[in-house]
Design a protein around this ligand. Structure first.
Ligand SMILES: Cc1cc2nc3c(=O)[nH]c(=O)nc-3n(C[C@H](O)[C@H](O)[C@H](O)COP(=O)(O)OP(=O)(O)OC[C@H]3O[C@@H](n4cnc5c(N)ncnc54)[C@H](O)[C@@H]3O)c2cc1C
Length: 469
């Protein structure tokens, strides 16, 4: 059956919507977080449940269509959208079921971390999600998942207990430590390469009220603040997951005059644990300088989950570079501060994340497909701007900055922060695990049906086939 004549039966067999170019809802549905990504899929299937997902997979295969899978649409490289093919859009699958007694939660793939935090907060519980609330549970978990409880409880994927996966042949498999354990290994780090996860089950943790905020310093004192922070992190308790941010406060953020005239350096994060002990542990960071402003407060974990959202609103132009650092050296500080001072856009944010001495680094390297747990610091340059006319300047600045950083960068990166998903970057992100992933890709998706992602190509079989694309 040709594509046109097959559309009517497809529409009739879906509980969710089928959006085609020119129809109401299509234009909005093809917008994702990063305004740089402007693609025109032939159709968007807004799935209402697992049946729609299997129907979409079966249909796309029968038509030989390119497919992309969309959760909350945060992937900066734009892997959730394709040109000319089918977008399997999970963003309206938002079921959440908390089991407070077992301290677990089940979430459908359209749920964001803010939504999950909201439901869990009622029970004083929290999930190890991301650092912002608007990101989806799907892509973030399958690629890793660095968030505010990373040092105490590990990555989001370290807290994944089980997943329901629709594979390329439209079967629904349960993957956990007992059933399809090889698939369970692969999806914990291997992203969307192995199938579409329609339900995630996570272990969650007591959190309740936490201490969250930043100590803010003007750029003139930024170097001293970063040096202090490096020293502070060497003994910071695991209850604390911190970062350093170089950014320009947007005008709507109420700050003292000293911080209104340009970029600032913020150090801080979230402490999840006994509050009195947290106040004690935080005191040096809140006193150093002293900071020009201190935003630390006691807040529900769900508020901490969204406290950084204002820095990355939807619909701006984004170009990202990221890598683990060989070390957080003086040279790194110098270059970060020098280059930020020349950034063409005040909406750009440079993030330094501390992952060391943590539950994340204690998980054995081979336990999951996630690559490279042993680097203490991660660098993320998020060039963000609001006017398309400024694109060239921002791309040039980011590339120059990145090239100046090269001597300081480890040879590996976090796959979810990659601004491009070319084969070399993906291989470097997975390191020696790439070959094992490629063999599993051959088992679960030999035709490389799921290839709009940081793609692991199926290993060559003895007959010589290595999938398409
Ligand atoms: C503003 C911003 C902040 C971020 N902050 C963090 C952070 O704090 N910590 C962190 O670790 N990362 C962070 N990221 C990176 C984030 O983890 C990735 O962008 C991730 O891909 C987002 O997942 P998503 O579901 O929202 O994205 P989407 O773009 O919808 O999905 C990305 C890809 O993941 C795969 N995928 C998504 N859902 C499924 C599913 N259910 N089944 C199978 N495959 C699926 C698909 O291949 C898809 O193309 C951030 C990104 C942005 C833009």
């Amino acid at each position: 059956m040709g594509l046109e004549s097959a559309l009517q039966p497809l529409r009739a067999s879906l509980r969710g919507a089928l959006l085609l170019p020119g129809q109401p809802g299509y234009e909005e549905a093809r917008k994702i977080h990063n305004a740089m990504i402007d693609r025109h899929p032939a159709m968007i299937v807004r799935c209402a449940g697992v049946a729609d997902v299997t129907t979409a997979v079966t249909f796309a295969r029968s038509q030989g269509m390119l497919v992309s899978v969309r959760g909350a649409g945060h992937n900066v490289a734009g892997t959730s959208l394709c040109d000319g093919g089918m977008v399997i859009d999970l963003s309206e699958m938002k079921g959440i079921r908390v089991n407070p007694a077992a301290r677990t939660v089940r979430a459908e793939p359209g749920v964001t971390w803010a939504e999950l935090a909201h439901e869990l907060q009622t029970f004083g519980l929290a999930a190890t999600g991301g650092y912002v609330g608007t990101t989806g549970v799907g892509g973030l978990t399958l690629g890793g998942g660095m968030g505010w409880m990373l040092r105490k409880h590990g990555l989001a994927l370290d807290n994944l207990l089980s997943a329901d996966v629709v594979t390329a042949d439209a079967r629904l498999l349960i993957a956990d430590s007992r059933e399809h354990s090889d698939l369970f290994w692969a999806i914990r780090g291997g992203g969307g390469n192995f199938g579409i996860v329609t339900s995630f089950e996570f272990r969650v943790h007591p959190a309740g009220t936490v201490l969250a905020g930043l100590a803010l310093h003007p750029m003139s004192k930024g170097r001293k603040a970063l040096e202090f922070w490096r020293e502070y992190e060497s003994t910071a308790p695991e209850e604390m997951t911190n970062g350093a941010l170089v950014f320009t406060p947007p005008p709507e953020v109420p700050l003292p005059e000293a911080l209104r005239s340009g970029p600032v350096v913020g150090i801080g994060g979230v402490y999840v644990g006994p509050l009195e002990e947290g106040e004690q542990a935080l005191r040096p960071m809140r006193e150093f300088g002293p900071p020009a402003a201190d935003t630390y407060q006691r807040v529900p974990y769900s508020a901490a989950q969204s406290m950084a959202d204002f820095l990355w609103p939807k619909g701006r132009f984004n170009y990202w570079k990221s890598s683990y650092l060989k070390s957080f050296s003086d040279g790194v500080m110098e270059k970060v501060l020098d280059y930020y001072a020349k950034a063409p856009s005040p909406r750009t944010v440079v993030v330094l994340e501390h992952n060391g001495n943590s539950a994340m680094s204690r998980v054995p390297e081979d336990a999951t497909a996630f690559g490279n747990r042993n680097w203490d610091y991660n660098l993320l340059v998020t060039a963000v701007w609001t006017d398309a006319a400024d694109t060239e300047d921002n791309l040039r600045w980011t590339r120059e900055f990145w090239s100046a950083m090269r001597p300081h960068l480890a040879d590996s990166a976090y796959v979810n922060y990659l601004g491009d998903v070319e084969e070399d970057s993906v291989r470097a992100a997975y390191g020696r695990k790439y070959e094992r992933l490629a063999a599993l890709k051959n088992k679960y998706d030999p035709a490389n049906f799921f290839r709009m992602n940081p793609n692991v190509r199926p290993a060559r079989t003895e007959s010589g086939s290595a999938g398409t694309a």
